[in-house]
Design a protein around this ligand. Sequence first.
Ligand code: PGA
Length: 254
Amino acid sequence: MDKERKLIIAGNWKMNKTVAEAIDLAQGLKRELGNLKDVDIVLCPPFTALGEVSKVILDSTLRLGAQNMSEHNVGAYTGEIAAVMLKDFSVRYVILGHSERRQYQKETDDLVARKALTAFNGSLIPIVCVGETLAERQAGQTENVVGTQIRGSLAALSKEQAIETVIAYEPVWAIGTGHTASPAQAQAVHAFIRRTLAEIYGEPAARKIRIQYGGSVKPANAHELMTQPDVDGALVGGASLEQRSFVDIIKNSI
Ligand code: PGA
Protein backbone atom coordinates (compact mmCIF):
# COMPACT_ATOMS: atom_id res chain seq x y z
CA MET A 1 0.00 0.00 0.00
CA ASP A 2 1.55 3.34 -0.93
CA LYS A 3 0.55 5.74 1.79
CA GLU A 4 2.91 8.44 2.99
CA ARG A 5 2.28 7.25 6.57
CA LYS A 6 3.43 3.82 7.76
CA LEU A 7 0.56 1.61 8.83
CA ILE A 8 0.40 0.89 12.58
CA ILE A 9 -1.74 -1.97 13.86
CA ALA A 10 -2.01 -2.54 17.60
CA GLY A 11 -3.61 -5.35 19.56
CA ASN A 12 -5.29 -4.15 22.75
CA TRP A 13 -5.61 -7.28 24.87
CA LYS A 14 -7.52 -5.37 27.56
CA MET A 15 -8.01 -7.38 30.80
CA ASN A 16 -7.37 -10.74 29.15
CA LYS A 17 -4.58 -13.34 29.30
CA THR A 18 -2.61 -14.79 32.17
CA VAL A 19 1.16 -14.64 31.78
CA ALA A 20 1.25 -18.17 30.35
CA GLU A 21 -1.50 -17.37 27.82
CA ALA A 22 0.20 -14.11 26.89
CA ILE A 23 3.54 -15.85 26.24
CA ASP A 24 1.78 -18.39 24.08
CA LEU A 25 0.03 -15.77 21.95
CA ALA A 26 3.15 -13.61 21.65
CA GLN A 27 5.23 -16.61 20.53
CA GLY A 28 2.68 -17.48 17.86
CA LEU A 29 2.49 -13.89 16.61
CA LYS A 30 6.26 -13.62 16.53
CA ARG A 31 6.49 -16.76 14.39
CA GLU A 32 4.05 -15.39 11.82
CA LEU A 33 4.63 -11.64 11.96
CA GLY A 34 7.99 -11.13 13.63
CA ASN A 35 9.89 -10.19 10.47
CA LEU A 36 7.41 -7.75 8.91
CA LYS A 37 8.93 -4.32 8.35
CA ASP A 38 6.38 -2.42 6.27
CA VAL A 39 3.85 -2.19 9.09
CA ASP A 40 4.34 -1.28 12.76
CA ILE A 41 2.79 -4.02 14.88
CA VAL A 42 2.25 -3.30 18.57
CA LEU A 43 1.15 -5.79 21.22
CA CYS A 44 -0.54 -4.29 24.29
CA PRO A 45 -0.87 -7.03 26.93
CA PRO A 46 -1.97 -6.33 30.51
CA PHE A 47 0.74 -4.88 32.80
CA THR A 48 1.32 -8.25 34.45
CA ALA A 49 2.45 -9.83 31.16
CA LEU A 50 4.61 -6.97 29.84
CA GLY A 51 7.84 -8.46 31.19
CA GLU A 52 7.43 -11.89 29.64
CA VAL A 53 5.97 -10.67 26.34
CA SER A 54 8.88 -8.23 26.12
CA LYS A 55 11.33 -11.16 26.32
CA VAL A 56 9.43 -13.16 23.69
CA ILE A 57 9.43 -10.38 21.08
CA LEU A 58 12.91 -9.04 21.85
CA ASP A 59 14.55 -10.11 18.57
CA SER A 60 11.60 -9.37 16.29
CA THR A 61 10.01 -6.34 14.63
CA LEU A 62 7.03 -6.55 17.01
CA ARG A 63 6.78 -3.69 19.49
CA LEU A 64 5.32 -3.48 22.97
CA GLY A 65 2.60 -1.15 24.22
CA ALA A 66 0.88 -0.61 27.58
CA GLN A 67 -2.82 0.04 28.03
CA ASN A 68 -2.56 2.94 30.45
CA MET A 69 -0.08 4.89 32.55
CA SER A 70 -0.04 7.41 35.39
CA GLU A 71 0.21 11.13 34.67
CA HIS A 72 2.74 11.32 37.52
CA ASN A 73 6.40 10.36 37.32
CA VAL A 74 6.87 8.75 40.74
CA GLY A 75 5.49 8.79 44.28
CA ALA A 76 2.54 8.00 46.51
CA TYR A 77 -0.05 6.91 43.90
CA THR A 78 -1.26 3.50 45.04
CA GLY A 79 -2.01 1.12 42.22
CA GLU A 80 -0.53 3.32 39.49
CA ILE A 81 2.25 2.54 36.99
CA ALA A 82 4.80 5.17 35.90
CA ALA A 83 6.35 5.67 32.47
CA VAL A 84 9.81 4.77 33.77
CA MET A 85 8.44 1.41 34.98
CA LEU A 86 7.11 0.68 31.51
CA LYS A 87 10.52 1.51 30.06
CA ASP A 88 11.94 -1.30 32.23
CA PHE A 89 10.20 -3.68 29.82
CA SER A 90 11.14 -1.81 26.64
CA VAL A 91 7.59 -0.55 26.18
CA ARG A 92 7.42 1.91 23.25
CA TYR A 93 3.75 2.88 23.10
CA VAL A 94 1.01 3.56 25.63
CA ILE A 95 -2.74 3.66 24.96
CA LEU A 96 -4.26 6.73 26.63
CA GLY A 97 -7.87 7.81 27.10
CA HIS A 98 -9.44 4.60 25.83
CA SER A 99 -13.23 5.00 25.92
CA GLU A 100 -13.48 2.26 28.55
CA ARG A 101 -11.24 4.35 30.83
CA ARG A 102 -13.11 7.54 29.94
CA GLN A 103 -16.35 5.73 30.88
CA TYR A 104 -15.38 3.59 33.90
CA GLN A 105 -12.51 5.60 35.38
CA LYS A 106 -13.96 8.98 34.36
CA GLU A 107 -10.81 10.01 32.51
CA THR A 108 -11.09 13.48 31.02
CA ASP A 109 -9.38 15.18 28.07
CA ASP A 110 -7.39 17.23 30.56
CA LEU A 111 -6.09 14.09 32.29
CA VAL A 112 -5.29 12.45 28.95
CA ALA A 113 -3.39 15.60 27.94
CA ARG A 114 -1.26 15.40 31.09
CA LYS A 115 -0.64 11.69 30.57
CA ALA A 116 0.38 12.29 26.94
CA LEU A 117 2.99 14.83 28.00
CA THR A 118 4.25 12.51 30.75
CA ALA A 119 4.50 9.75 28.16
CA PHE A 120 6.73 11.85 25.89
CA ASN A 121 8.85 12.98 28.84
CA GLY A 122 9.35 9.26 29.56
CA SER A 123 10.21 8.45 25.90
CA LEU A 124 6.92 6.67 25.22
CA ILE A 125 4.66 7.30 22.24
CA PRO A 126 1.02 7.83 23.20
CA ILE A 127 -1.86 6.25 21.30
CA VAL A 128 -4.59 8.76 22.14
CA CYS A 129 -8.14 7.43 21.79
CA VAL A 130 -11.15 9.50 20.83
CA GLY A 131 -14.66 8.62 19.70
CA GLU A 132 -18.34 9.44 20.06
CA THR A 133 -21.13 7.41 21.67
CA LEU A 134 -24.16 6.22 19.74
CA ALA A 135 -26.35 8.90 21.33
CA GLU A 136 -23.84 11.59 20.32
CA ARG A 137 -23.73 10.30 16.74
CA GLN A 138 -27.51 10.15 16.51
CA ALA A 139 -27.70 13.71 17.81
CA GLY A 140 -25.36 14.86 15.01
CA GLN A 141 -22.61 15.64 17.54
CA THR A 142 -19.81 13.41 16.21
CA GLU A 143 -17.58 16.23 14.93
CA ASN A 144 -18.21 18.38 17.99
CA VAL A 145 -17.33 15.57 20.37
CA VAL A 146 -14.32 14.24 18.49
CA GLY A 147 -12.99 17.74 17.74
CA THR A 148 -13.20 18.67 21.43
CA GLN A 149 -11.48 15.43 22.45
CA ILE A 150 -8.66 15.96 19.95
CA ARG A 151 -8.02 19.58 20.98
CA GLY A 152 -8.27 18.78 24.70
CA SER A 153 -6.28 15.55 24.74
CA LEU A 154 -3.36 16.93 22.71
CA ALA A 155 -3.37 20.35 24.38
CA ALA A 156 -0.11 19.90 26.30
CA LEU A 157 1.97 18.67 23.35
CA SER A 158 4.34 20.56 21.08
CA LYS A 159 3.91 20.26 17.32
CA GLU A 160 6.85 17.85 17.15
CA GLN A 161 5.26 15.64 19.80
CA ALA A 162 1.87 15.78 18.09
CA ILE A 163 3.48 14.54 14.87
CA GLU A 164 4.81 11.49 16.73
CA THR A 165 1.50 10.82 18.50
CA VAL A 166 -0.81 8.10 17.20
CA ILE A 167 -4.53 8.95 17.27
CA ALA A 168 -7.06 6.13 17.54
CA TYR A 169 -10.57 6.97 16.35
CA GLU A 170 -12.81 4.46 18.09
CA PRO A 171 -16.56 5.11 17.88
CA VAL A 172 -17.86 3.83 21.21
CA TRP A 173 -20.85 2.17 19.51
CA ALA A 174 -18.45 0.03 17.45
CA ILE A 175 -16.26 -1.26 20.30
CA GLY A 176 -16.87 -4.89 21.14
CA THR A 177 -20.33 -4.75 19.55
CA GLY A 178 -19.66 -6.32 16.17
CA HIS A 179 -21.03 -3.11 14.57
CA THR A 180 -18.01 -1.81 12.68
CA ALA A 181 -18.15 1.69 11.25
CA SER A 182 -18.48 1.44 7.48
CA PRO A 183 -15.30 2.39 5.62
CA ALA A 184 -17.03 5.60 4.48
CA GLN A 185 -18.10 6.48 8.04
CA ALA A 186 -14.57 5.86 9.31
CA GLN A 187 -12.96 7.84 6.48
CA ALA A 188 -15.29 10.80 7.06
CA VAL A 189 -14.31 11.11 10.73
CA HIS A 190 -10.62 10.45 10.02
CA ALA A 191 -10.64 13.24 7.41
CA PHE A 192 -12.34 15.51 9.94
CA ILE A 193 -9.67 14.65 12.54
CA ARG A 194 -6.91 15.44 10.05
CA ARG A 195 -8.56 18.80 9.19
CA THR A 196 -8.70 19.57 12.92
CA LEU A 197 -5.02 18.63 13.30
CA ALA A 198 -4.20 20.88 10.32
CA GLU A 199 -5.99 23.78 12.02
CA ILE A 200 -3.90 23.27 15.16
CA TYR A 201 -0.50 22.25 13.79
CA GLY A 202 -0.62 23.18 10.10
CA GLU A 203 -1.15 21.06 7.03
CA PRO A 204 2.35 19.50 6.70
CA ALA A 205 2.30 18.30 10.32
CA ALA A 206 -1.26 16.95 10.02
CA ARG A 207 -0.25 14.92 6.97
CA LYS A 208 2.35 13.08 9.07
CA ILE A 209 0.11 12.10 12.00
CA ARG A 210 -1.12 8.51 12.00
CA ILE A 211 -4.80 7.91 12.74
CA GLN A 212 -5.92 4.37 13.59
CA TYR A 213 -9.46 3.11 13.36
CA GLY A 214 -10.78 0.90 16.18
CA GLY A 215 -14.07 -0.85 16.82
CA SER A 216 -14.87 -4.42 15.77
CA VAL A 217 -11.99 -4.64 13.27
CA LYS A 218 -11.88 -8.20 11.89
CA PRO A 219 -10.08 -10.04 9.09
CA ALA A 220 -13.12 -9.56 6.84
CA ASN A 221 -13.31 -5.78 7.13
CA ALA A 222 -9.64 -4.89 7.66
CA HIS A 223 -8.68 -4.40 4.02
CA GLU A 224 -11.51 -2.04 3.14
CA LEU A 225 -10.96 0.02 6.27
CA MET A 226 -7.16 0.18 5.94
CA THR A 227 -7.31 1.33 2.30
CA GLN A 228 -9.29 4.47 3.15
CA PRO A 229 -7.05 7.48 2.46
CA ASP A 230 -6.98 8.80 6.05
CA VAL A 231 -6.99 5.46 7.88
CA ASP A 232 -3.42 4.61 8.88
CA GLY A 233 -3.90 1.49 10.94
CA ALA A 234 -6.09 -0.21 13.49
CA LEU A 235 -6.50 -0.62 17.21
CA VAL A 236 -7.88 -4.12 17.56
CA GLY A 237 -9.54 -5.46 20.70
CA GLY A 238 -11.41 -8.78 20.58
CA ALA A 239 -9.85 -10.01 17.34
CA SER A 240 -6.34 -9.47 18.73
CA LEU A 241 -6.84 -12.17 21.37
CA GLU A 242 -6.58 -15.00 18.84
CA GLN A 243 -3.44 -15.59 16.82
CA ARG A 244 -5.29 -16.47 13.61
CA SER A 245 -7.58 -13.45 13.51
CA PHE A 246 -4.86 -10.92 14.42
CA VAL A 247 -2.48 -12.37 11.83
CA ASP A 248 -5.21 -12.30 9.19
CA ILE A 249 -6.05 -8.68 10.00
CA ILE A 250 -2.40 -7.74 9.42
CA LYS A 251 -2.10 -9.82 6.24
CA ASN A 252 -5.33 -8.39 4.83
CA SER A 253 -4.16 -4.86 5.59
CA ILE A 254 -0.80 -4.84 3.78
P1 PGA B 1 -12.88 -4.29 19.63
O1 PGA B 1 -12.14 -3.25 20.60
O2 PGA B 1 -11.96 -4.55 18.47
O3 PGA B 1 -13.12 -5.50 20.47
O4 PGA B 1 -14.16 -3.63 19.18
C1 PGA B 1 -11.39 -2.19 20.08
C2 PGA B 1 -10.80 -1.37 21.21
O5 PGA B 1 -11.49 -1.13 22.21
O6 PGA B 1 -9.63 -0.94 21.14
